[in-house]
Unconditional design. Structure first.
Lengths: 426, 182
C-alpha cells in the first residue's frame, strides 16, 4: 500500500503555502486519514494505539516525577516518599507511572501474541516485526532501570542480580560489571546513570516506534484472515473507522488502568521495595516484576550461570528468527487447525513459566521450569518449522470482503457501504 | 560523469585526500569514544574510598559470622568452630566444582578465621549464614549452597566465595584490602 493515493489538497492559501514547504499535512492525511485499513480488523488490532497512548502517558508522568525525584543513593528513597506524601497529587502521578509500566507490558504482550497468532511477522512484515522486538527490548531495559530508582530493597537487589548477569561473560565480565556500576558494587554512581538512561530510553523507544509505524505503512496491516487487501472493497479508510475504534479501545483500556491505580496501586509491586536499600541483607525472596517472570524462570532453569544468561537472552532473540523458522505459507492461525493447538499450548507454557518465575528456585519448581524451558525453545525450533510441512491448512477465503460478508452470488456487485452492520465482526 | 569514471583506475591526489580524511574521521571518532566509556569506570573518589580497612576480631565469638564492608562490597568474617573447620577439611577436594583445599582459603595457623566476600558468585545475593546442607551458607535467591569454607557445593553458583586480599596485623586484628608483604 505504499502507493496509496494522497488525495490531500490544501484548501486555504496558507495551507498551500505551508504544504509546498513542509508536506506534513499530506503525510498525516495519507497515513492516518485516507490510509486503507482491512475492514475485518478486530479489537486485537487496537493495541498499537493503546501502546502509543501508554508511551505518551509514561513520558508525561515520568517528566513530572523527575521534577520531584532526587537520583542520589542517600536521598532517592526519601524523595519518593516525599512525592507520595507532600507533592500535590504526587501519589497519583507516581501510581500512574508505576502501574503504567505494568499496563504497558499488558498491552505489549497482547500485541505480541496477536502478532504470533495471525502470523503478522511473516513476509513482507519481517522488518516491521523485528523493529517491534527491538522496542520490546528497550522497554525491558527502561522498566528495569525505572524499578531501581526508588532505591528500595527490591530496587537494590534487582539491580545487583541483573547487573551481575553480565559477570557471566568470560574474561571481560567483571570489568563490564564494574563499568555498569561505576564502582565495586551497586551504589550511587549506578543509581545516577540508571536515572539518566531511564530518562533517555523512552525517547529512543519513541524513535523506533516511528520506524515501526513507517514500516507498517508500507505493506499495510495484517488482518484476521492473513490475506492481503486485494481491492478497495476489502478496506475502509483509517479515519473515521480505525481512528474512532482505536480511541474507544484506549478509553476502555484507561478504565482497566484506572482500576489498578485507584483500587490496587501496590498489588503489582513488592512490599520489600518500601524498605530502604540495604546492601547487607537480601530480601528472603527476590522476584522481578511480573512482566519479567517467564524470562526469569528460564534464567533459573539452567543450572549454570553463563548457560542461564544465554538461555534468557536467546528466549527473546529467537523471536527475531520467527519469520524464517515458520515454514507455513498460511499466515493466520484461524486457518491452521494443528498450529492453533500448539499456539495455545505455547501460551499456557509461557504463563506457567511466569508462575514458576515467581516461585522459589527449589524442588520440583526447578524441574518444571526446565521442562517448560525446553518446550519454549522447541516451539520455535521444532514446532514452527515442522508444522509448515505436515499441516494441512483450511481453505482460505478469496478476499477479506468474502470472509466478512460470506460468498457473494454474482461476484462484484456489492457496494462497499452496503453492509448495514460493518462492525459486527469487531 | 561517465567520462571521469573511466579514469578512476589511476589513483589521484583527490582519492588520497578522500581516504586520508575518512581515516582521520574514523580514528578521531573512535578516540572520542574512549573518554566517554572511561567515565563509566569507578571514579577517583570511589577508588580512594577503597583504601584498606582494619577490623578488630576480639568481639567476634566462636561460631559467629560478622558482616563488614570494603569498597562497598560485603565481606563475611566467620569465626569457625573446631567442628566447622574439621568438616571443611574432611572433603575430597577433587569432588568439588571449584576444587580448593580449605587450607588454601585461610591464613596459615589461623584456620578458625574464614574471610570471604559476602555476595553469592551466581548473581550477587547475600547468602544466609549457618544454613544449607553443609551448614555453611545458603543463598535464598537461586539456591546455591556453600560449605563452612565458603566453597560452592550445589546450586547455580559457578565458583567459591572469593577471598578478599587481607592480612593479619596481629592475632586479633586484620587489614582488609592489604596482603601481607612477606
Amino acid at each position: 500500500m505504499s502507493a496509496h493515493p494522497t488525495t490531500y489538497v490544501p484548501k486555504s492559501a496558507f495551507g498551500k503555502w505551508f504544504e509546498s514547504r513542509l508536506p506534513i499535512a499530506g503525510l498525516v492525511h495519507s497515513s492516518f486519514i485516507a490510509f486503507p485499513v482491512p475492514r475485518n480488523l478486530t479489537y486485537f488490532w487496537t493495541f498499537g494505539a493503546i501502546l502509543v497512548f501508554m508511551l505518551v502517558s509514561q513520558i508525561v508522568t515520568g517528566v513530572f516525577l523527575a521534577m520531584y525525584y532526587t537520583p542520589n543513593a542517600g536521598l532517592a528513597f526519601q524523595s519518593v516518599e516525599h512525592i507520595m506524601r507532600d507533592v500535590n497529587y504526587g501519589w497519583l502521578i507516581r501510581y500512574l507511572h508505576a502501574n503504567g509500566a505494568s499496563m504497558f507490558f499488558v498491552a505489549v504482550y497482547i500485541h505480541i501474541f496477536r502478532n504470533f497468532y495471525y502470523g503478522s511477522y511473516k513476509a513482507p512484515r519481517e522488518v516491521l516485526y523485528i523493529l517491534g522486538v527491538i522496542i520490546f527490548l528497550l522497554m525491558m531495559a527502561t522498566a528495569f532501570m525505572g524499578y531501581v530508582l526508588p532505591w528500595g530493597q527490591m530496587s537494590f537487589w534487582g539491580a545487583t542480580v541483573i547487573t551481575n548477569l553480565f559477570s557471566a561473560i568470560p574474561v571481560v565480565g567483571d570489568t563490564i560489571v564494574s563499568y555498569l556500576w561505576g564502582g565495586y558494587s551497586v551504589g550511587n554512581p549506578t543509581l545516577n546513570r540508571f536515572f539518566s538512561l531511564h530518562y533517555l530510553l523512552p525517547f529512543m523507544i519513541a524513535g523506533v516506534v516511528a520506524l515501526h509505524i513507517w514500516a507498517l505503512h508500507v505493506p499495510g496491516q495484517n488482518n484476521p484472515t492473513g490475506i492481503p487487501i486485494k481491492s478497495g472493497k476489502d478496506a475502509v479508510p483509517f479515519t473515521p473507522y480505525a481512528t474512532i475504534k482505536d480511541i474507544f479501545a484506549v478509553v476502555v483500556f484507561m478504565l482497566f488502568f484506572a482500576y489498578w491505580v485507584f483500587y490496587m496501586p501496590n498489588y503489582l509491586g513488592h512490599a520489600d521495595n518500601y524498605i530502604p536499600a540495604n546492601p547487607a541483607v537480601t530480601p528472603a525472596h527476590i522476584v522481578p516484576e511480573w512482566y519479567f517472570l517467564p524470562f526469569y524462570a528460564i534464567l533459573r532453569a539452567i543450572p549454570d550461570k553463563l548457560g542461564g544468561v544465554i538461555a534468557m537472552g536467546a528466549a527473546i532473540v529467537i523471536w527475531c528468527f520467527m519469520p524464517w523458522l515458520d515454514t507455513s505459507k498460511v499466515r493466520s492461525t484461524a486457518y491452521r487447525p494443528l498450529y492453533k493447538q500448539f499456539f495455545w499450548l505455547f501460551v499456557v507454557v509461557c504463563v506457567i513459566l511466569g508462575w514458576l518465575g515467581s516461585r522459589p528456585a527449589e524442588g520440583w519448581y526447578v524441574i518444571a521450569s526446565q521442562i517448560c524451558t525446553v518446550y519454549y525453545f522447541a516451539h520455535f525450533l521444532i514446532v514452527l518449522p515442522v508444522l509448515g510441512f505436515v499441516e494441512r491448512p483450511l481453505p482460505l477465503p478469496n478476499s477479506i470482503l468474502e470472509s466478512v460478508m460470506g460468498v457473494q452470488k454474482g461476484g462484484a456487485g456489492v457496494p462497499a457501504g452496503a453492509n448495514p452492520e460493518p462492525h459486527s465482526k469487531g | 560523469m561517465a567520462e571521469t569514471t573511466t579514469h578512476v583506475a589511476e589513483p589521484t591526489r583527490r582519492d588520497f585526500l578522500y581516504i586520508a580524511t575518512g581515516a582521520a574521521a574514523a580514528v578521531g571518532g573512535a578516540t572520542l569514544v574512549w573518554p566517554f566509556v572511561q567515565s563509566l569506570a569507578p571514579d577517583a573518589a570511589t577508588v580512594a574510598a577503597g583504601a584498606p580497612v582494619e577490623v578488630d576480631l576480639t568481639p567476634i565469638a566462636e561460631g559467629q559470622i560478622v558482616k563488614v564492608f570494603w569498597r562497598g562490597k560485603l565481606i563475611f568474617i566467620r569465626h569457625r568452630t573446631a567442628e566447622e573447620i574439621k568438616s571443611a577439611e574432611d572433603v575430597n577436594v577433587a569432588s568439588l566444582r571449584d576444587p580448593q583445599a580449605d587450607s588454601a582459603r585461610v591464613k596459615e595457623g589461623k584456620p578458625q578465621w574464614l574471610i570471604v566476600y559476602g555476595n553469592c558468585t551466581h548473581l550477587g545475593c547475600v547468602p544466609l549464614g549457618n544454613s544449607g546442607e553443609y551448614n555453611g551458607w545458603f543463598c535464598p535467591c537461586h539456591g546455591s549452597v556453600f560449605d563452612t569454607s565458603g566453597r560452592v557445593r550445589g546450586g547455580p553458583a559457578p565458583i567459591n566465595l572469593p577471598i578478599p586480599p587481607y592480612s593479619f596485623a596481629s592475632d586479633t586484628k586484620i587489614i582488609i584490602g592489604q596482603e601481607a608483604t612477606a
